[in-house]
Write a protein that binds this ligand. Structure first.
Ligand SMILES: [Ca+2]
Ligand SMILES: [Ca+2]
Length: 64
């Protein structure tokens, strides 16, 4: 198996609009809150926010 793509939150092998929608749904959540997904906390600071979105953007779109 290849390493999972950064930003491929639904694991379908591409970073696209589907992943963006998942990210938007979780945006603003912090660790421990309902719906928080550690995969989306791309910089690992415990909150899904603009800093993570900038990282996501740099990998979007990516067809794998
Ligand atoms: Ca995907
Ligand atoms: Ca973060």
């Amino acid at each position: 198996m290849s390493v999972s793509l950064i930003g491929d939150f639904n694991g379908d092998g591409a970073v696209n609009t589907s992943d963006h929608l998942l990210f938007v749904a979780a945006f603003g959540l912090s660790e421990g809150e309902n719906g928080f997904n550690g995969e989306m906390d791309l910089n690992g600071d415990g909150t899904i926010d603009t800093a993570d979105f900038l990282i996501f953007s740099s990998h979007f779109p990516n067809d794998g």
